[in-house]
Design a protein around this ligand. Sequence first.
Ligand code: DC
Length: 233
Amino acid sequence: MADNRIIIAIDGFSSSGKSSMAKQLAKTIGYAYVDSGAMYRAVTLYAMRKGISTPDSLDEKALIDELSNIAISFRVDDATGRSRTVLNGEDVEDLIRTIEVSNQVSPVSAVAEVRRDLVKKQQAFGVEKGIVMDGRDIGTTVFPAAEMKVFVDASPEVRAKRRHLELQQKGQDVAYEDVYKNVCERDHIDSTRQESPLRKADDAYVLDNDNMTIEEQNQWLLDLYNKIVSSKA
Ligand code: DC
């Protein structure tokens, strides 16, 4: 029923498994899913291609000037049913998941104008509710009135191991130490930046998933959703 639909905000540290959980929940309950991190990654890829972002520097002014030329959307892959990120008409889903983009995304996402621009776009996705969005500031800044907020936590070691495995499965040969370093650096930048730092919303439910299987996490999330929706009815 349309009026029962809510907004679900799932925030947490990088590689905490929040995207997989969010996607699964959206599929189970028939909601749209938006990966807000993919949007910051797409802006980063754009900036890298223009030479605005390099491993050692970011030209903030040039990036701000380019923002109006960056269009980000999502399309559903017919074969897999999965959402893929589109940057100015090009499918960049695989390109935005490389370690090079991961290494440059935090400085890009710390730029206030970038955040303002993407937050506006993210809020537009939620106008009709019935959406699961994951990120860092969804429950605090993008949808502070979301009916269901979850903050996913896990230790940096566990998250680096998961991310390393994921990259290996995609055929990307990266050392575990480099992945661990990237996870720690992103934690630091994401939670200490001035603009919308990563933090748990006061009314978010915390899920510490260090010792949980994927099935257990999915069930936990679904149970919470059912509880919240039935208490609204
Ligand atoms: O979820 P992810 O690791 O794909 O996100 C990539 C980066 O984007 C992350 O290091 C921080 C940034 N990000 C953000 O600042 N705010 C969000 N809502 C989502 C991601």
